[in-house]
Design a protein around this ligand. Structure first.
Ligand SMILES: Nc1ncnc2c1ncn2[C@@H]1O[C@H](COP(=O)(O)OP(=O)(O)O)[C@@H](O)[C@H]1O
Ligand SMILES: [Mg+2]
Ligand SMILES: [Zn+2]
Length: 406
């Protein structure tokens, strides 16, 4: 109950009154609840009604599948599949969130959670044009009247990490996400400058955007050619969050950037009027941290007997050709998540690429990385069914015993 004392619009008493009125001023109902329910005394029984439509507008998320009527969920499924991702320029990180008009209904704010700090963020908007070019639009932090900030609860210390990034829990918009930052960009731990973290996260966001763009086209191509591939592969949703650092204070404890590092980095900004804020985090919806690895930085197992693995193997081959031989996706990993229809989906994240100009950030081995892919990639059935050219590849075919798939 103490949560209600944090309500944005009123006190617990007002909340009680509102609820009481719904029951026609019948306090007995609230104090005793329905007869079938045995409440410990004293107690207050409060019912809740959530309008799915309002919930979706308010949070910018989808209600879970099981909440919808059969008809509504059919309607949603069919409107999804008729949307043509190939013709529309799609925006990855902008969620629909209508501006609330009028006062919000009584709503509890989150209280304090030990080990978490309230940090304000603004978000960049990342979009991919029809030709696959990724562009990032930064909000102007100086434009106090027009920037939209979100107060999040950011975990002070990381709960997980890989070779390059630390991963913190974060509550954003009332939902569980993670926030990532670099602590190692190949020069050793703890040496990452503020601007280096920003540049690498921007590159990671571009890699994720490109992966999503390529994957959509790959799936469409497989469908067009009638090639059976693993269903429900996605690239993680993400956001680039910028910490709003209040005047006279420093970045979050979680960032581990010191009070000395911060102003120096601000001073070093090329154009303080148009440059973005500099303490950047990559937000992703929180998933299970159980991860399956399908390829390494320079390792490309063929996964002939595994549908997801061999689909991703064919994806790497297809993407290499589709990119005019300029990009190889490597280090492919998936985690399982549940989509808005309640179905299990495989989510790709933390993708690396090898690019001709070696410009895609950490893990990019440039032309050497591409050559290793050409040497090590082994085509599977899906490569040949998709009629992918093997020119330049060391291995040209499907081993004879590769038909059985688990
Ligand atoms: N969205 C997420 N939700 C929950 N756990 C995650 C999420 N993203 C990453 N993790 C966990 O954190 C680890 C490191 O994250 P990752 O992005 O792979 O960083 P690195 O670049 O250091 O490998 C992952 O292997 C996974 O276990
Ligand atoms: Mg990783
Ligand atoms: Zn192949």
């Amino acid at each position: 109950m103490s949560e209600f004392s944090h309500s944005t619009l009123g006190t617990l008493g007002q909340f009680f009154d509102t609820h009481n009125r719904v029951h026609g001023n019948h306090p007995k109902k609230i104090l005793h609840g329905p007869p079938a329910l045995r409440l410990p005394s004293p107690a207050i029984y409060i019912e809740g009604l959530i309008s799915v439509k309002d919930f979706e507008i308010e949070t910018g998320t989808h209600a879970p599948y099981f909440m919808l009527t059969e008809r509504e969920s059919q309607k949603r499924k069919s409107s999804q599949s008729t949307q043509d991702p190939l013709t529309a320029e799609f925006i990855l990180s902008k969620r629909t969130r209508s501006q609330a008009s009028g006062p919000l209904p009584l709503r509890s704010e989150f209280g304090d959670i030990p080990g978490f700090s309230k940090i304000k963020f603004v978000f960049a908007s990342v979009s991919v044009a029809r030709d696959g070019m990724v562009s990032i639009e930064w909000p102007n932090l100086k434009d106090h009247d027009n920037i939209v900030t979100s107060t999040c609860l950011l975990q002070d210390t990381a709960f997980d990490q890989g070779k390059t990034k630390k991963v913190h829990k974060i509550i954003y918009d009332g939902l569980p996400w993670v926030a990532k930052r670099f602590f190692n960009v190949g020069t050793g731990e703890g040496d990452v400058e503020i601007t280096e973290n920003r540049d690498q996260l921007v590159k990671e966001a571009s890699r994720l955007s490109r992966a999503a763009y390529f994957l959509k086209r790959f799936i469409a191509e497989a469908k067009r050619q009638g090639v059976d591939i693993e269903q429900g592969i996605n690239v993680t949703e993400f956001k680039l969050g910028i910490e709003v650092v209040p005047d006279g204070s420093g970045p979050s404890a979680a960032s581990e950037f010191s009070l000395e590092q911060y102003p120096a980095a601000v001073d070093a900004q090329a154009d303080p009027n148009s440059d973005p804020g500099i303490v950047i985090w990559l937000f992703e919806p929180r998933r299970s941290s159980k991860v399956k690895h399908w390829s390494g930085t320079n390792e490309y197992p063929s996964w002939h007997q595994n549908k997801l693995g061999s689909t991703l193997n064919a994806f790497s081959h297809w993407a290499y050709l589709f990119s005019q031989e300029s990009t190889v996706f490597s280090d492919l990993q998936t985690a399982t998540a549940i989509n808005e229809y309640g179905d299990g989906v495989q989510v790709l994240f933390d993708v690396m690429t090898h690019t001709l100009d070696k410009s895609s950030g950490v893990g990019d081995h440039g032309k050497t990385g591409i050559d290793i892919f050409l040497k090590k990639h082994e085509c599977g059935n899906r490569c040949s069914h998709l009629r992918l050219s093997c020119e330049g590849f060391a291995s040209e075919g499907v081993p004879a015993d590769s038909d059985a798939e688990a």
